[in-house]
Design a protein around this ligand. Structure first.
Ligand code: ADP
Ligand code: MG
Length: 252
């Protein structure tokens, strides 16, 4: 961390709902995890999911998080999403200290600054794709007109599917509709957990094309994945093992 930083980059981060903290104004990363520990406690059982994770992600990076099942990937993503708090250490996203922020601030970060694509969790089954997008827009404080929805569905290759309910779509189409919902707020950060896990390779590749386009447009992308085809498209592959980062490298 350095003391000097251009005013423009401090301005860019504008913390929501909290007074600026000088510690937050002194780095160029959009996601910072510093010595993050997450211990789950259930009655007598303790599980240490993260054992001191340090990770800095720059704006516009595309990072794949890999590692065996149980290595802590989803735990890490939930912390970045502000859905969970660390037991120890710091998590800062877009300048906001999520370990200390109250629920209102964290909800605002989730709604406006982060697009979340988790397997199977994004679309409400009883709503059409159009209604899902309008609802996501509403939660992010955006009013989407019918033409906006159509344009956003065109962007993910779902032209003409707006009035279908999710279970009338194929797996790949559902994943693209979920992506479109996650991107309604035009968030600076997109997080995904195993988004291609249940797709055939052709469909997975089409979904990844959309993500790559979003990345090229400047969005920071963090994807948890087992899929080498996903990792190959990333700028950087971070590997977790037993709650620790054991590798951090470029693909190939
Ligand atoms: P991954 O996504 O890499 O498979 P997770 O982050 O889901 O790993 O889990 C890391 C460890 O934490 C595992 O041992 C898992 O069983 C445990 N764990 C995850 N979530 C919870 C929870 N809500 N309560 C208790 N233990 C959990
Ligand atoms: Mg997981």
């Amino acid at each position: 961390m350095t003391a000097a930083e251009p005013a423009a980059s401090v301005e860019r981060r504008r913390p929501i709902g909290s007074a600026p903290d000088p510690r937050m104004a002194t780095d160029d990363a959009i996601v910072v995890l510093a010595d993050v520990i997450r211990i789950y406690r259930e009655s007598d059982v303790e599980t240490i999911a993260l054992r001191g994770v340090d990770l800095r992600i720059k704006p516009g990076e595309f990072v794949a998080i890999m590692g065996r099942s149980g290595s802590g990937k989803t735990t890490l993503l939930n912390l970045v999403a502000g859905s969970d708090r660390p037991t120890g250490g710091q998590v800062r996203v877009d300048g906001i200290d999520l370990a200390r922020a109250d629920e209102t601030t964290r909800a605002e970060v989730r709604g406006r600054r982060i697009g979340l694509v988790f397997q199977d969790q994004n679309l409400l089954r009883m709503l059409s794709v159009r209604e899902n997008l309008v609802l996501c827009g509403h939660l992010a404080g955006k009013r989407l007109e019918s033409g906006d929805v159509d344009r956003r569905l065109d962007d993910v290759g779902l032209t003409g599917r707006a009035d279908h309910r999710p279970d009338e779509l194929s797996g790949g189409e559902q994943q693209r509709a979920a992506l479109a919902s996650a991107l309604v707020a035009d968030p600076p950060i997109l997080l995904g957990d195993e988004i291609t896990g249940e797709l055939d390779s052709v469909t997975a590749s089409a979904v990844l094309d959309v993500i790559e386009a979003i990345h090229r447009a400047g969005t920071t992308v963090i994807l948890v994945t087992h899929d080498p085809a996903v990792a190959a498209r990333a700028d950087r592959i971070v590997t977790l093992h037993d709650g620790r980062i054991v590798a951090d490298r470029a693909p190939g």
